[in-house]
Design a protein around this ligand. Sequence first.
Ligand code: GTP
Ligand code: MG
Length: 534
Amino acid sequence: SNFSSFLNFSGRLSINQQQARYSSNFASRSEFVAGSNVTKFQDFMNERQFQARSSVLIQVGSEHSFPELFNYCLKFGEILVCKHYQTKNGHFILLQFSNESYANELLDSSSSNESSLSTTVRSPYLWFKTGKKPKIINSAQYGKGVLSSKFGNSVITEDLLNSEIRNAISIEDQMGIIVSKTQLSDLSIRLRYLAAHQIEKTFKEIIPSCKAYPFGSSVNGFGKMGCDLDMILKIDNKQADTSSRLVFQVKEHFNNERTQKQRQMEAIGNILQIFLPGVENVRRILQARVPIIKYHHDFLNLEVDLSMNDLSGLHMSELFYSFGNIDIRVRAIIFTIRRWAQIIGLTNPSPGRWITNFSLSSLVIHFLQQLDNPLLPPINNFKNYEDSREDKEIKQFELSKTQFLTNNNIKLEELLLQFFEYYSSFDFSNRAISMVDGNTVNKPDHSAMYIINPFDKTHNVSKNVSFEECERFKIEVRNAAWILETELENNVNLTKNGNWGLLNLFKTNNIVKPNVFYKPRMVDVSELFCKNVK
Ligand code: GTP
Ligand code: MG
């Protein structure tokens, strides 16, 4: 491991204790989580999709219904995983069978709600009717069924997280805690794939080749509990097989591809709104550069952004996933920077002139690539990388250990400091960032901040960032560098309330933040990758 040496701020714990503490937060986690091991992206996706196809989500009165439910469902087949969670809409139990045919048999045998006027639509979402005589079930009968993750779908409170961070033994440890306490849980990832499965299953009936993929932070290893689900619905698959002389008739389409896409999305939005159980509050944002449908999934307690056909977001996710797997420090620094930016108000949940999480991660990746002794390779080192928007297939960005192996053993807190210093003196007015080459190039236009989109080199990922926001970013990184340097020098730097290390960094300071006081000017939405419209 790169973490053989530790800075010990408190002097309370022995190295062994630190090691144990550290690994419990960071290195070894029992659950399979995106980015925490070297599973290839495609294998990760396949496994998660299989889990979704073999799963059902059942609403129950309370978790006490579990033994009866488990016993009832066992007759369809072997059950591998049972997870419970609660939302304001009730209690839910996710059951995963060992085979998708068992889940299908369960769905085949399920009935309609006689007292409801609604049309019954087949979906993996059910509820468990109270039996005539609630049977007392002896726990021996459901021996293997263990209900877990009671709180596996909720976001840790700020107070609890801060106290965990306060009790850490080093800044490095604090960064590990941010990852382990805020990253997506196994249950949360399962629910995201289940959401995609529901959409895919629905549209497969008329478009058998259609596919729905979760992407963005839900799958790239940088997601935190409570983040939105980004999803691509791909319905424009063309059959590659040209040997047949019989060709399907198709609907005459609109001349304009964009209009056609908007009309299709309108129709998809209607189906979601009118037919799909759990889907609520459907909003269509069809004028944006990337048209999307937003909805809230009440059973899964998820906010979903659905876009269509363009797989470049999925390729981006695979690249980020691969970067996160190259070195354990990558996710730690990205989680830390995202949290820092969120707390000091550099990022904002609604879209606008401020930097996005996506751009922030890109800045971190570029920083790690340009080090004298790089922690990450340039994207053009990946096999299969090409600058194209061709998206027939999911690509496999393979980077074997022999191709890139860093011998940079720099400590996380030092790396964090270098990040802030690097951007304190970055020449945003003349330089553009290229993750493809791992360096900077002359800025092609007058945007305040320019990060070249690896899948469309003429597009600037941070085009939305205004000059004021870029200026603010520069001020904040300088400020952060100064604070962190002081923290590192002081060793123990407890403030009145016991804050030290990152907690002193995660503080809103006295610098005036223009956007807090001014209503943002109207932005041209066509210029925005309109993801986070609330
Ligand atoms: P959070 O949702 O904030 O946790 O992060 P995220 O990475 O999921 O970002 P977001 O939901 O804003 O966007 C989802 C995905 O869309 C990203 O991971 C990118 O792949 C892609 N994306 C977002 N913004 C842009 C952009 O400005 N340009 C391009 N080309 N792709 C973008
Ligand atoms: Mg997202």
